[in-house]
Design a protein around this ligand. Structure first.
Ligand SMILES: [Zn+2]
Ligand SMILES: [Zn+2]
Length: 336
């Protein structure tokens, strides 16, 4: 099978053995397509000759189960899966037992960090284990396209960030008193804006790129530089975004850090945090509960995930990466 790996820092399509189940429990999924995530590009940028063979690329998978040897009922999975099911999934699962899990920091759990699909979403087939099937795999609803369903995992990351900001989905009366701003309007910024609207928050978005600022109007999102914001979601990986956030945050506000930036030293000012009683909160990857909420949002059409992706073939993965870096596209959707 074809599989995209890094060789000397370059995307290379190699030929690999198709994974099989043999005596192991789990499923083999034929990847139909996989979204290109900003984190894939960060991994490529940070790769070194010594670690590049350990890097797994691609996780926003939609695919077809071609082999399965476990029958799961209950434990989070609503439907037991069978051969032929089209599914989307998250790639990590927590242990639900350790200190981090007990505190709700599922993505900090050791099991979470060590779990993955094999070899990666930019491969024609992957192996998902039994815990994936129990906790992170969802069957595609009839009414949505595979492309829309590929947003399951990235949308769940946004939902996690919104929950970590303190908003509760069922508390819309309170949520509508919050002015929320999304800084950075790439594909994640769009998903974050859509999810914030679904939570009922007053939602605005800003991007230094005027085309992106214009595009978000299609989602009913504007920007008013004259108001202060209670919640700011940092989906931009630019150093300057921190300055913008500190200028735009209201007293008592929360800044949700959702992206790494190139400058390791750049940070938030102690005195701003103190005198304005700010909260700076990180949000990294989704928990199984966030995936469930994302599934419901997509299934019911509560969020619009149409017309965001640009489709490429696996052989053009390198081009998709370059087009993303250049800001020519919002989101690469790689067909296998
Ligand atoms: Zn992702
Ligand atoms: Zn854990």
């Amino acid at each position: 099978m074809k599989s995209a790996v890094l060789k000397n820092g370059k995307i290379t399509i190699i030929n690999k053995e198709i994974p099989t189940l043999e005596k192991t429990e789990g499923a083999i999924i034929k990847v139909n397509a996989c979204g290109l995530c900003g984190s894939d590009i960060v991994k490529i940028n940070h790769s070194t000759p010594s670690n590049e063979n350990k890097i797994s690329l691609g996780h926003e998978i939609v695919g077809t189960i071609v082999d399965i040897n476990v029958d799961i009922t209950g434990n989070g999975a609503k439907t037991p899966f069978k051969k032929g099911d089209i599914v989307a999934m998250g790639h990590h699962y927590p242990c639900f037992k350790c200190k981090y899990c007990t505190h709700g920091n599922y993505s900090m759990c050791e099991t979470f960090k060590n779990s993955n699909i094999h070899p990666g979403g930019f491969s024609e087939y992957i192996y998902a284990d039994v815990n994936h099937l129990k906790n992170t795999v969802f069957k595609k609803p009839e009414n949505i396209s595979e492309e829309e369903f590929s947003f399951l995992e990235p949308l769940s990351c946004c939902i996690r960030a919104i929950k970590r900001s303190g908003l509760e989905f069922n508390n819309k009366e309170l949520n509508k008193t919050y002015n929320a701003l999304v800084l950075g309007l790439g594909s994640i910024g769009i998903l974050m804006s859509e999810a914030l609207k679904a939570f009922g928050a007053k939602t605005s978005g800003f991007d230094i790129n005027p085309e992106r600022q214009a595009f978000i109007k299609n989602f009913g999102i504007d920007f008013d530089k004259n108001i202060k914001y209670d919640l700011i979601f940092m989906t931009s990986g630019a150093n300057k975004a921190i300055d913008s956030a500190l200028n735009l945050i209201d007293k008592g506000g929360k800044i949700i850090v959702f992206s790494s930036i190139p400058d390791d030293i750049k940070g938030y000012n102690n005195n701003e945090i103190y005198y304005k009683e700010l909260s700076i909160i990180g949000s990294y990857s989704p928990s199984p509960d966030d995936l469930k909420m994302s599934y419901e949002f997509i299934k019911t059409g509560l969020v619009n995930v149409k017309n965001i992706s640009t489709t490429y073939k696996l052989d053009n993965l390198e081009k998709a990466i370059n087009d993303t870096k250049l800001g020519k596209i919002l989101k690469g959707y790689i067909e296998l």
